[in-house]
Design a protein. Sequence first.
Length: 164
Amino acid sequence: MERLWAPWRMEYIENSKSEGCVLCIGPDRTADRDRLILYRSELSLVMLNRYPYTNGHLMVAPLRHTSDMDSLDDKEMLDLFRVLKLCRSVVEKTAFPHGFNVGINLGHAAGAGIDDHLHIHLVPRWNGDTNFMTVISDVRVMPENLLTTYDRLLPMFAAAGKVD
């Protein structure tokens, strides 16, 4: 049997038992960096995915806790996609990806890890970023620390528009 040492997974296991919704952030901004929150609009938020597929993997979510897309009114839906558009622009200008995956997993059966709060994934992609590690070992190689990515993206979000 081969073993892969991944001590960072313990944080994921321990945090997965915590109560509350990770996407329900409230008005307090003092823990934004710890929670990886990059941006807030009037109705939406942007957060780095703590367990990303690639560097710069963002999640965009309505501030209102809902898993039901039909419950979003037109203003919330428009804001959500305006913020998604901003995210794509910021990541494009800072990480220079060759493309993006954009996805919404509605419900646990669809693969939603956070199935009680609707969110959109924005995953930057580079030619050749899928390699043997993922195919053979179900392992992803992340070349940059999350907080380094956060610190690189944050000024771009602040410059792109008002941060409430």
